[in-house]
Design a protein around this ligand. Structure first.
Ligand code: ADP
Length: 610
């Protein structure tokens, strides 16, 4: 957060405003006070001067009105006496002037000889005599006293006639000095009171700004995720209320933050434990979140995925734009299969929007459909195989039956052969349908194994014996079967079917003079049975496929030999049901070995004797 500048801080602003207001008040008070004081002092001064001048004027007038001969010098000496008798500290000089502006006397001794008899040149004297009223006051600087002096002229009246004037020069400097002193005292007190005001202002401002600064620090701490701090409540005023409200807000925020955090964790754990993949994007379609399932499905790591455009990540940028996905109402299949591993995903899109309708992003749910697709494909293949397997014998039968219906039945040479063919095909169809029924029962777990404990060596030998007696091919049998008892818990009927199928295949594919070998090996917790022939063998890429339903390495030959392509598939189901495993080894041109295991527990000899 930005630091608050010194002059921007409320604290400084408050003190400044406060000081300015006090300063303004002091200025107004000081100005009015000093002006009033100045006027009062001046007025008092002039009044006291005027009062004394009135007395002097009276005496002077008396002297001037006395009957004297015109050149009697006693007037000047009488006036001098009057003026000399009048002495005052604040009056510098008083001049008596007659109506013709001639100076008659001066209160200053030195001037009595120099000025008396001369004409006064002062304007104010002339104005007083002409206007018959006292002249206005004039204040000017006097070199003599090195200060300001107040000069004034008063007319001397005899009734309505002006007989002369008094010129008065008084020393007003003392008044100004007094005013200056008072102003200085005023300024000093103002400075002291201002200083005290500033100090008080700073303290008062602090009472406002401290809680605010505290709240600012609290807000900064909250922004960093620290909700443990509390604002101090200084009082019960508005600031205190605000601090309480702020602390309450902090608690609320803490609570809602922990709720949000808990929700976030819950969501994260839901996302992580989901088997479906979940991807979310921002409003520009860039990946912002992806769970582990989605990463596994796409075979990616999160650093390769985050911020990547979703259309690019799903490999659909040629077909769809991000806007298309926003509008998408149906799920779309995505094929991520590699050469070795099939992977079919189904993506469903939903838009995250604000209340205003503004699109915030997209949520994509990826569902792994590989198994479902595989099952669907197998089912389609199975139906097509079954139809094909049934159509072939039916077509053959129809053509033979049509031929018979067209009159071949009358032909004694052909008819039995034709009927024989239809019978063989019918039997094959019955075998096929029976095999299918068996498989279907196994698929739906509708069958039960009727197990019993049998000695496998005896059981196996008896089956091989049966084949050895009845075989027509020029094939010899070799057995490596342990002579001792190997007790296993098996459903003899079902295992007979399995072994019959394997032996008949071995005989079917054995060349003339070939050897079929039978071997039983005792392993740690099982017995392993193998039946090998020296036939054509099976191409290596197809070896494992011979246990698939309807798989036939050589279709024409298998069919010609009456095979349904289901024998080994049924064998696999049955061996699995017994808790064993079946597989094949084959080298093309050398022969094939079919092996299977059955669970077997070795017992001590004595155990059976008890
Ligand atoms: P089928 O009824 O066609 O014999 P199976 O399920 O028993 O059906 O066998 C599946 C296919 O496996 C056969 O069509 C054949 O191509 C191959 N096969 C099975 N056993 C052998 C073997 N011993 N030698 C060569 N190929 C074999």
């Amino acid at each position: 957060m930005r630091k608050v500048g010194f002059f921007n801080s409320i604290h400084v602003k408050f003190v400044l405003i406060y000081v300015m207001l006090i300063l303004l008040a002091l200025q107004i008070i000081g100005l009015n006070f000093s002006r009033g004081l100045e006027q009062t002092l001046k007025k008092n001064f002039t009044t006291s001067i005027e009062d004394r001048i009135n007395l002097v004027e009276f005496s002077v007038r008396e002297e001037m009105l006395k009957e004297r001969p015109s050149d009697d010098p006693s007037l000047e000496s009488s006036l001098r006496t009057v003026l000399t008798g009048f002495s005052s500290a604040d009056i510098n000089e008083v001049l008596v002037i007659d109506s013709k502006y001639r100076i008659l006397a001066s209160s200053v001794l030195d001037h009595q000889k120099t000025l008396v008899g001369r004409k006064s040149t002062e304007d104010i004297v002339k104005r007083a005599i002409i206007s018959e009223t006292p002249s206005p006051q004039v204040i000017k600087y006097s070199k003599k006293t090195d200060g300001r002096v107040l000069i004034r002229a008063f007319p001397i009246m005899n009734g309505s006639e002006v007989i002369g004037a008094l010129y008065v020069e008084s020393n007003i400097e003392k008044v100004f000095t007094q005013i200056d002193q008072i102003n200085r005292i005023l300024a000093g007190s103002a400075a002291v009171s201002l200083t005290i005001t500033i100090i008080i202002g700073i303290f008062i401002a602090q009472t406002f700004t401290r809680p605010i600064s505290d709240m600012r620090r609290q807000a900064q701490a909250m922004a960093k995720g620290n909700f443990s701090r509390k604002v101090r409540v200084y009082g019960n005023d508005e600031m205190g209320q605000l601090a309480i409200a702020f602390n309450h807000l902090t608690n609320q925020l803490l609570e809602s933050q922990s709720t949000t955090e808990a929700e976030r964790r819950k969501l994260a754990s839901v996302l992580e434990n989901m088997t479906d993949g979940v991807i979310s994007t921002d409003r520009k379609g860039r990946v912002s979140l992806i769970n582990d399932s989605a990463l596994n499905m796409l075979g990616m790591t999160s650093d390769l995925v985050l911020n990547r455009p979703i259309t690019n990540l799903l490999g659909i940028e040629k077909e769809y734009s991000f806007e298309d996905l926003i509008e998408m109402r149906e799920s779309i299949p995505l094929d991520f299969s590699t050469e070795t591993e099939p992977s079919i995903l189904r993506a469903t899109f939903s838009v995250t929007q604000r209340e205003t309708g503004f699109v915030n992003g997209l949520i994509i749910v990826l569902h792994d459909n590989t198994e479902q697709e595989k099952i669907d494909m197998e089912r389609r293949e199975f139906v097509s195989n079954v139809s094909h397997e049934l159509r072939t014998p039916l077509t053959t039968m129809r053509s033979y039956l049509e031929a018979l219906a067209d009159g071949a039945w009358k032909n004694e040479d052909i008819a039995p052969a034709f009927l024989n063919v239809t019978q063989t095909e019918t039997e094959r169809m019955i075998r096929l349908v029976n095999d299918l029924l068996k498989l279907s029962r196994m698929d739906s777990n509708e069958y039960e194994l009727n197990t019993e404990w049998v000695d496998f060596s005896t059981f196996f030998n008896s089956i091989i014996d049966r084949f050895e007696f009845s075989k027509s091919e020029d094939v010899s049998f070799r057995r490596i079967i342990p002579p001792e008892d190997l007790f296993v818990e098996i459903d003899t009927d079902k295992l007979t079917q399995v072994i019959d199928n394997i032996i008949s295949n071995a005989l079917k594919y054995s060349p003339d003079g070939g050897i079929v070998r039978f071997h039983v090996a005792v392993l740690e917790d099982s017995i392993r049975v193998s039946i090998s022939d020296e036939g054509l063998g099976i191409p290596p890429s197809n070896v494992n496929r011979i246990f698939d339903r309807f798989y036939r390495a050589d279709k024409a030959r298998s069919r010609a030999m009456g095979g349904t392509g289901l024998g080994l598939a049924i064998a696999k189901e049955m061996i699995n049901a017994h808790g064993g495993r079946i597989w094949a080894h084959s080298v093309e041109g050398e022969g094939t070995t079919i092996l299977f295991t059955l669970p077997y527990e070795q017992h001590d000899e004595g155990e059976w004797d008890v």
